[in-house]
Every structure is written in C-alpha cells, then in structure tokens.
Design a protein around this ligand. Structure first.
Ligand SMILES: Cc1cc2nc3c(=O)[nH]c(=O)nc-3n(C[C@H](O)[C@H](O)[C@H](O)COP(=O)(O)OP(=O)(O)OC[C@H]3O[C@@H](n4cnc5c(N)ncnc54)[C@H](O)[C@@H]3O)c2cc1C
Length: 149
C-alpha cells in the first residue's frame, strides 16, 4: 500500500483524518462489497449504511481519496461537465431534466452530510455564473445562473 504522502497534494498535506485502514489479509464473508474509496464508493457505502445495510466492506487499493476525489478543485457544483446536446439526444428532454435534478440533489446531500456528521470541511457558500452554455438555444439561462448549494 502506498503511503498517504504519495503523491503529495494539497489534500494529503492538509488532511484532517487518518486515512490508514487495515489491509485485507483474510477471506471474509459480507453482504456488500464496494470497490473504490473515492467519492462514489464512500458515498455508496454510506448511503447503504444509512438505509440499514449492516454488513458492508469498502475495498480501496491505495488509500481513501487516492483518485480524482483526493485531487480535485473541491467545488460542489450542480451541473454537468459534458456536451448537453449529446446527453439530450441520448436521454431526451425529460431525461436531461432528471440528470439536472440528480445533480442538484447531490449538492444538497453533500451539504446535509457535512452538517449531519459534523465534518470539519472548508465549506464556503459561493455563487457561480458561467456563460459556458448560454449560446445554446436549448439551454435556459436559469441553468447557467447562480446556483445556491
Ligand atoms: C483535477 C481535477 C479537478 C476536479 N475538480 C472537481 C471539482 O471542483 N468539483 C467536482 O465536483 N468534481 C471535480 N473533479 C471530478 C471529481 O474529482 C471526480 O468526478 C470524482 O472524484 C470521481 O470520484 P470516483 O469515486 O468516481 O473516482 P475516484 O476518486 O478516482 O476513486 C476511485 C478509487 O478506486 C480505487 N480503485 C481503483 N481500482 C480499484 C480496485 N481494483 N480495487 C480497489 N480500489 C480500486 C482508486 O484507488 C480510487 O481511490 C475534478 C477532477 C480532477 C481530476
């Protein structure tokens, strides 16, 4: 297992929690195995636990947050970082709306969990206005306007 200092990033250098957990060195029996201790994996495990699943094992090959989750900009933004037209073609207008709603919900869940679990985060409420997709006749400006999270 790599040291949490490798690679050294802003996040590993300023981490507030011990990210070392025991290696898996025996055969285990469990109800759910979640592979990958990034944002997706930790969130999946937590969501399952909150819904009453008792026996969950999270397997991470390096350390929690080793991937993109431990190296990103830390911005909690509602939105999609992909070509909206391609997504619309694939899932339709209603599907696109659903994707936006899920994205909004994700930001809300993060904010609620920071409060619920008393996470010592550097949460700052900010507003972002972007002109990125305003040229698109099918994207409403409200989607690109200030987003309160
Ligand atoms: C430079 C950068 C800046 C970004 N900025 C932002 C931002 O500001 N806001 C935002 O919302 N998003 C941002 N993102 C995107 C965001 O970081 C990713 O979408 C998110 O972290 C993905 O999380 P994940 O859990 O899916 O993947 P990861 O965080 O990559 O987690 C995957 C984990 O799985 C582990 N793993 C892989 N294979 C195995 C295996 N076989 N067995 C066990 N473990 C395994 C890896 O070690 C890793 O820890 C940014 C991304 C980058 C790269």
């Amino acid at each position: 297992m790599l040291s949490v200092e490798t690679p050294t990033t802003y996040y590993t250098a300023t981490r507030k929690y011990d990210l070392n957990f025991p290696d898996l060195d025996q055969v285990i029996d469990t109800e759910v195995v979640v592979i990958g201790g990034g944002f997706s994996g930790v969130n999946t495990a937590l969501e399952l636990a909150e819904r009453g699943v008792k026996d969950i094992v999270l397997l991470e090959s390096r350390y929690l947050g080793f991937g993109g989750s431990g190296r990103n900009g830390g911005h909690v933004m509602a939105g999609i970082g992909h070509d909206l037209e391609k997504i619309r073609k694939s899932v339709g207008e209603e599907g696109l709306q659903a994707v936006f709603e899920i994205s909004d919900l994700g930001a809300t869940i993060i904010r609620e969990r920071i409060a619920k679990y008393d996470i010592d985060s550097a949460w700052v409420l900010a507003f972002l206005r972007t002109l990125l997709h305003w040229k698109s006749p099918t994207v409403t400006p409200s989607r690109c306007g200030p987003q309160k999270v």
